[in-house]
Design a protein around this ligand. Sequence first.
Ligand code: 5GP
Length: 115
Amino acid sequence: MTEPSIFTRILNGEIPGEILADTDRVFAIRDIAPQAPVHLLVIPKTQEYRDVTELAAGDPELLAEMVAVAKDLATEHADGEFRLIFNTGAGAGQTVFHVHAHLLAGGLDEKSLGA
Ligand code: 5GP
């Protein structure tokens, strides 16, 4: 059986982390190392998809739900405008292989591109 990811462990309450959004299939937390004034992680509850390419192929509706949750969070925590970043592959900076979107918002500049 696959080990629970760090995000699954936060969702299950095994590791502390404030849950900022919680729908049937998606949740959100603050990134522990923020790269922007608002830096949240939007995460499917399932860890069956390693990255956004697997998710898009396997469950596009779940990907769309992540985008909808991101929009709501950007409105709640900033002015509604945001960047959504999916690091895909270790060479692109992905360190957790449970697909997640970095939601960056609130006074962004070019430097906030790298999450
Ligand atoms: P990746 O590098 O895979 O695109 O993104 C993983 C993100 O998870 C990183 O930005 C990192 O700061 C964040 N992260 C890693 N461990 C924890 C943790 O225990 N709690 C929270 N809230 N974020 C974490």
